[in-house]
Design a protein around this ligand. Structure first.
Ligand code: MG
Length: 437
């Protein structure tokens, strides 16, 4: 089977109209996808679907980045790609000219992610398995051979990674059965968006409790008195036993973060997410040392496995929030999950975006089955909008992701949504003169 074409679409959902997804840093996101379809010469029309996630303006840059990689992908034999995933990834991330745009960070890395994720989707479809099951059925050495260990061997070598995977290999099927029976624990971010009124938050938290949610996340990072009031409101609504997480989306300097987090301590936050710049590894370490026992969470903007290595080496994060689209595909996520296992830091992937819940359910489930073997202090983010645009949407019941069963990486968009929401000429956007609502 050969890849005969790479199509890319700029798909944007006008979420800024009702503040869904808003936080202190990102006040008006339009959740967007740079969406890739890898066409093959398979007689049944098998195709790999993948995407990267942005929040609106600039999504066209990822589309352009993906097109820059097109000549490296079209014409390739699929079997060569899926059995040499490390080499294929490197052929993109270390292309001798494109590498200058990163290396391995920013727009060009987000763009690589869309393509590499689409290849994993195609691989899983060929094997007729959902992605988590494809990973579960791969041997430790097959998994390790898919990972690019360049720049991380001072913390984790391929041999150590193989050993970590081997330790859990004989009990994988037991955890697979457990997940099929109970699902994977989740938390909701949908009640606490920054732009929501008190009444809206109160109503959503109450509805969340009724639906069985036990963990709630609230956006902070604005006026501190206002933040303290909102956090107090949510703590009062959820009672002392449910868990409360706070997310500042990078707004504070290091000292500001320390002062602010101390103000939240009476409300017993389980974690404090993204207190400062995602690049400030030493800043994270300083904050973590000053605000304990409040734990720091971070990673949704962590640009690659190298920065994750530093965060984990310095014990600067206590929860690892990998992102399926910011890292270069499933294989770079595997590298981070393995380093987190070595550091004994729980992985709670980031899913605040369109399509991210569909993706990260597979990653978290494999982390449990094949790497961490634990659900302790693990919970997977869930946002409850835009799932209707996916052919196989993530399903959450009673606060738990249900195990996806359809072959692939759950990325396929409904064709009508792909047509309706294309920017700027799809009907949803074309209605306005400047392409913006
Ligand atoms: Mg966040």
């Amino acid at each position: 089977m050969r890849i005969i074409d790479l199509e890319v679409y700029d798909v944007r959902f006008p979420t800024s109209r009702n503040w869904a997804g808003s936080d202190a840093m990102n006040k008006d996101p339009d959740y967007s996808l740079a969406y890739v379809v890898l066409r093959t010469d398979d007689p049944l029309g098998l195709a790999g679907h993948g995407f990267t996630f942005t929040i609106g303006r600039g999504n066209e840059l990822c589309v352009a980045g993906i097109l820059s990689y097109k000549s490296l992908v079209v014409g390739q034999q699929v079997q060569d790609l899926i059995h040499n995933m490390k080499d294929f990834t490197r052929s993109l991330t270390n292309d001798s000219q494109l590498r200058w745009l990163g290396p391995e960070k920013g727009v060009i890395h987000l763009s690589a992610a869309a393509i590499i994720n689409a290849v994993w989707d195609l691989y899983a479809k060929i094997e007729k398995k959902p992605l988590w099951k494809l990973l579960t059925d791969m041997s430790p050495s097959e998994l390790v051979s898919a990972i690019d260990f360049r720049y991380i061997t001072d913390y984790l070598t391929p041999d150590e990674a193989t050993e970590l995977l081997q330790q859990q290999a004989s009990t994988r099927s037991q955890r697979e059965r457990e997940l099929l029976a109970t699902g994977y624990p989740a938390y909701t971010t949908s009640a606490g968006w920054y732009g929501y009124s008190d009444a809206q938050i109160q109503q959503l938290v109450r509805a969340g409790i009724a639906q069985g949610w036990t963990h709630f996340k609230v956006k902070v990072g604005g006026d501190i008195e206002e933040d303290v009031r909102r956090v107090a409101l949510v703590r009062k609504e959820i009672g002392p036993d449910r868990r409360l997480m706070l997310d500042a989306n990078q707004v504070w300097d290091v000292q500001e973060a320390i002062s602010a987090i101390r103000r939240f301590k009476p409300f017993d936050p389980w974690w404090m997410e993204e207190p400062t710049s995602p690049d400030d590894v030493l800043g994270y370490q300083t904050i973590a040392g000053q605000v304990a026992p409040v734990a720091l969470a971070g990673g949704e903007h962590c640009q690659n496995r190298i920065v994750f290595k530093e965060l984990l080496q310095l014990h600067a994060i206590q929860f690892c929030q990998v992102d399926a689209c910011r890292l270069a595909g499933v294989n770079e996520v595997l590298a981070v999950m393995l380093m987190a296992a070595k550091a004994k830091v729980p992985v709670c992937p980031h899913a605040g975006g369109v399509g991210l819940p569909e993706y990260v359910q597979h990653l978290a489930m494999f982390d449990f089955i094949g790497i961490s073997a634990s659900l302790e202090n693990r919970t997977l983010e869930y946002v409850d909008h835009l799932h209707e645009h996916f052919v196989n949407p993530a399903v959450v019941t009673n606060g738990h992701y249900q195990v996806p069963e359809v072959p692939g990486y759950s990325a396929d968009l409904v064709l009508r949504s792909l047509e309706q929401y294309q920017f700027p000429n799809g009907p949803v956007w074309a209605a306005t003169a400047d392409g913006r609502l």
